[in-house]
Design a protein around this ligand. Structure first.
Ligand code: RNT
Ligand code: ZN
Length: 418
């Protein structure tokens, strides 16, 4: 059977359940997912020569890492060639590009330092999401930034946050697509603190000051990301789940962001998504794969990834959830890490969109739980792979089996020469 014939066969099987796969393919190709620039250089950035701090870590030393804007852009463009669907750029402030006029510190960043990112986005018709960088900097050495007891340090980071709001607005205006601006800090303590509330009150005040910078919420969508712990910050995290969720709930024009690596091991973000959707008009997600801890492994097409996508799709929330990838693996080819994770999140969305969600909900409401289980299990054996192949073909993208050949070619021709 040819690919086309296999698709027609699959399409009929799904149609019998009331799923229109042609419509699904068309819709999926237009759903934006943010592609994180930091997978390409192990979260180093262009504005510092120190190492990565803030309680996050990359492991591995695979050759060919991008070390400047030209290389990072080339690698991201290679990834864009390999992924189906609609990407959005996700840029950290530490990826500012300083040209002839030289370096400025993070509190003085301006839109012009991100002009090249805008050019890249426009070239590929993409929007840009943005992140102030509250780590890998001398003023983050104490482990506290926005929650620091030192007013000078706090002032510096507040000004950084405000500068990032202005840059986010510039991105939105230039690309015509709203910019999600995520505030995450690794602030916290390795060992038992004597004061848990003081840092949180200062953190609250600092974020309020950042958000006092005027912005149009149709253009700039600030969010706050929580975390349970980081490396070297095991005992106490200022921006805990309760803190950030309460902050977002009590502040207009601010969303909560959940990273599925940032909770206790048996908690699942798939269950938290519908809980937040009951209260927040919009939420944001960082999609990653934690293995035993917030290890930021490449996203796979695994159970929890599928479950998160299902919750977004079956609650009709594709336009209420801002989705961004957030992982960093330096132990394998970085282009493949990027592209594999992006393709897997696309697969998870496709899987969710090919489910007879209304029928399944009805079985639940009618109390037919045995039949529901049987049906959910039956869905796992449906020919999703043939719909995926068709989706890739319609997007003009290489199939899963041939995908790594492209990576190897790029590695041979480009990465190995670095
Ligand atoms: C860290 C957070 C945060 C970072 C990026 C680089 O644990 O997940 O989102 O990964 O800002
Ligand atoms: Zn994250």
């Amino acid at each position: 059977m040819t690919r086309e014939e296999r698709y027609l066969f699959a399409k009929e099987k799904y149609a019998a359940l009331g799923v229109d796969t042609d419509a699904v393919i068309e819709k999926l190709s237009n759903i934006p997912v943010a592609l994180h620039c930091w997978q390409g250089d192990d979260v180093i950035g262009f504005d510092n020569d120190g190492g990565l701090t803030g309680g996050i870590q990359t492991t591995g030393n695979y050759p060919g890492k991008a070390t400047n804007p030209t290389e990072l852009f080339a690698d991201m463009e290679k990834v864009l060639e390999l992924i189906p669907g609609k990407a959005k750029l996700n840029v950290h402030a530490s990826y500012a590009i300083f040209e002839e006029d030289g370096f400025v510190d993070r509190d003085a960043l301006e839109p012009r330092h991100f002009k090249k990112w805008v050019e890249l986005a426009k070239k590929h018709n993409m929007g840009i999401d943005f992140n102030p960088t509250f780590f890998s900097h001398e003023k983050a050495e104490s482990g506290l930034t926005l929650s620091s007891p030192d007013p000078e340090i706090r002032r510096f980071w507040i000004n950084h946050g405000k500068a990032c709001i202005r840059i986010s607005e510039y991105f939105a205006k230039e690309t015509g697509i709203p910019c999600v601006m995520n505030i995450w800090t690794g602030d916290g303590f390795k060992d038992i603190p004597a004061d848990r509330m003081g840092p949180r009150m200062r953190y609250k005040d600092s974020i309020e000051q950042i958000l006092s910078e005027p912005y149009d919420y149709d253009l700039v969508k600030p969010c706050v990301e929580s975390k349970v712990f980081g490396i070297g910050v095991e005992s106490y995290t200022v921006g805990s789940a309760e803190f950030t969720l309460s902050f977002a709930a009590t502040h207009e024009k601010c969303m909560p962001l959940m990273d599925n690596g940032h909770y206790h091991p048996t908690e699942v973000v798939s269950d938290k998504i519908p809980a937040l959707l009951c209260f927040f008009p919009e939420i944001a997600l960082h999609i990653t794969r934690p293995v035993r801890w917030d290890s930021d492994h490449v996203v796979l097409f695994d159970d929890e990834t599928r479950e998160m996508a299902k919750e977004i799709v079956r609650n009709d929330a594709l336009d209420r959830v801002y989705m961004a990838l957030d992982y960093f693996d330096a132990s394998i080819n970085r282009i493949s890490a990027w592209a594999t994770g992006f393709r897997n999140w696309q697969k998870a969305l496709l899987n969710a969109m090919c489910m007879p969600n209304d029928k399944l909900k009805k079985l639940q409401d009618e109390g037919k739980l045995g039949r529901l289980m049987a049906m959910q299990e039956a869905m796992k054996m449906m020919p999703l792979g043939d719909v995926w192949e068709e989706y890739l073909a319609r997007c003009g993208k290489v199939s899963d089996l041939d995908f790594y050949d492209e990576i190897e070619k790029y590695e041979k021709e480009v990465l190995s020469k670095r």
